[in-house]
Design a protein around this ligand. Structure first.
Ligand code: NAI
Length: 268
């Protein structure tokens, strides 16, 4: 039986990368999928590519009025939704030109990263509850990051926003359980997944290949992950196979968070 048969899902940041791979996995599993993004041209093409069970919606996740409109639209079309994946996120590297470290960051840039990554997920959970609470069995999956679990000196706002998503997901999980809503909420923590988000960090041509090899050297599994690696984790949490799973953190990072660079070892 298809794992998401007859389920209706909304995936933010679904025009490319992890969001698009998740949308493809959901469609393949039998779901009807709405992908929401701010990149309208790319998003519309992505929905076309996904086929008749996918549709594109323009939504800036940091804007509450847009969430209200999207929620009203979807609840007109469907009695309720079953799955919301809050995936849209930015690093701040390309969106702002200022330093991202904790000594030199500028407050406006700090706020803009938090607006998408934290306000976007918090609003996404708020309106997900409205869209999911009448479902039989529903799931919110929030895409945090390995950077929400460790300090990142060069990306302070990104790490802070992702750490907040990690915590807020547990609050939402417990709140929904307390209220008796049929909604589970979990966070996924990808690390080093090769998506367009990395383009600015990797460069192009030969330089890009060398940069990918450098990143891979520091990963226990010796390779960067693919968007599909994350999509399969999200698919599990979104499906009823995970009906007893709420408030967890699922890392998908090739083993990066399993160890530490300063691990002691016997000298030979
Ligand atoms: P990506 O940059 O390839 O895709 C992100 C998508 O989000 C884009 O389509 C973009 O237009 C959209 N987006 C950005 N701001 C938005 C807004 N305000 N409203 C709606 N959509 C918006 O990135 P990728 O790698 O696919 O990342 C997806 C999620 O996974 C992000 O939350 C990211 O932080 C997280 N993540 C990614 C990792 C990686 O190595 N690629 C590692 C850890 C976490």
């Amino acid at each position: 039986m298809s794992r998401l048969q007859d389920k209706v899902a909304l995936i933010t940041g679904g025009a490319q990368g992890i969001g698009l791979a998740t949308a493809q996995a959901f469609v393949d599993a039998g779901a009807r999928v709405y992908i929401a993004d701010i990149e309208d041209d790319i998003g519309r093409k992505a929905a076309e590519m996904l086929g008749t069970n996918a549709e594109y919606l323009s939504l800036d996740v940091g804007e509450e009025t847009q969430w209200k409109e999207t929620t009203a639209l979807l609840l007109q079309k469907h009695e309720c939704l079953d799955i919301v994946v809050n995936n849209a996120g930015i690093t701040g590297f390309t969106e702002t030109s200022t330093p991202q470290d904790p000594e030199h960051f500028e407050l406006a840039a700090w706020h803009s990263v938090h607006k998408t990554n934290l306000d976007g997920v918090s609003l996404g959970c708020k309106y997900a509850i409205a869209m999911l609470k009448n479902a039989k069995s529903a799931s919110i999956v929030n895409i945090s990051s390995r950077s929400g679990m460790v300090g990142i000196p060069g990306a302070a706002a990104y790490a802070s926003s992702k750490a907040a998503v990690r915590n807020h997901s547990k609050t939402v999980a417990l709140y929904c359980a307390q209220q008796g809503y049929p909604i589970r909420c979990n966070s996924v923590h990808p690390g080093a997944i090769l998506t367009p988000m990395w383009n600015a960090m990797l460069g192009e041509g030969e330089q890009r290949k060398a940069a990918i090899d450098m990143v891979a050297q520091d990963i226990p599994l010796q390779t960067m992950g693919t968007p599909e690696d994350v999509a399969y984790a999200v698919l599990y949490l979104a499906s009823d196979e995970a009906k007893y799973v709420t408030g967890i953190e699922l890392t998908v990072d090739g083993g990066i968070l399993a160890g530490a660079t300063a691990a002691p070892k016997k000298s030979s």
